[in-house]
Design a binder for this molecule. Structure first.
Ligand code: AKG
Ligand code: FE2
Length: 186
């Protein structure tokens, strides 16, 4: 189900950016998309201001789908400030993720988020990260690089990206997404 939803969302983004759908399908190989599932359990915590459920990060993939047990805890960063995302129980919260930012050459930003704990209630969340095929090499779409005059990110095979994030995610304090960014020479 999430695979169909992710494909529709990617289709809509690519249409808005006037990208050729055939090119997108060839590049992303969504028919064999690599999906990751995570179940998170956050017990009650007597000192919630001294603890964190999941530290700040962005997710791999194009979109992340999240449901929870009606207890809020997900926070989203915007302009250096943290905001509660109080999505209702039984809703699916959709976040943009790293490969969407890379493929759109920075037009769609991967959402930085974290999960906090609380004193009264335990929290459970279930997350599905939808990516391209594991062997797809994802870099900025050629048409967008031409428009922008340069690629703002390096390309990387998706399965290697995921592995780097899970194993050696931070080099010099930089996330894997930040490590992929190419800054203009002066
Ligand atoms: O539990 C949450 O709200 C966030 C979980 C999360 O960010 C993750 O599993 O990547
Ligand atoms: Fe996450």
């Amino acid at each position: 189900m999430t695979r169909v939803l992710a494909s529709k969302l990617i289709e809509a983004v690519c249409e808005a950016l006037e990208l050729n759908q055939r090119y997108v399908n060839e590049m992303l190989k969504l028919d064999s998309s690599f999906q990751m599932f995570a179940a998170n359990y956050y017990p009650r915590c007597s000192q919630p201001d001294q603890a964190i459920g999941i530290p700040p990060h962005t997710d791999p993939g194009f979109f992340t789908f999240l449901i929870h047990n009606g207890v809020s805890g997900l926070q989203i960063e915007l302009d250096g400030k943290w905001f509660n995302s109080d999505s209702p129980k039984n809703s699916i919260l959709v976040n943009a993720a790293d490969q969407l930012e890379i493929f759109t050459n920075g037009r769609c930003k991967s959402v930085k988020h974290r999960a906090v704990v609380n004193e009264e209630r335990e929290r459970i969340s279930i997350v599905v990260a939808n990516g391209p095929s594991g062997d797809a090499v994802i870099g900025p779409a050629t048409a967008l690089v031409e428009k922008d005059g340069r690629a703002k990110y390096c390309a990387m095979k998706y399965e290697e990206y995921v592995e780097s994030q899970l194993t050696k995610s931070r080099i010099g304090g930089k996330s894997i997404l930040e490590q992929q960014m190419i800054f203009p020479a002066n």
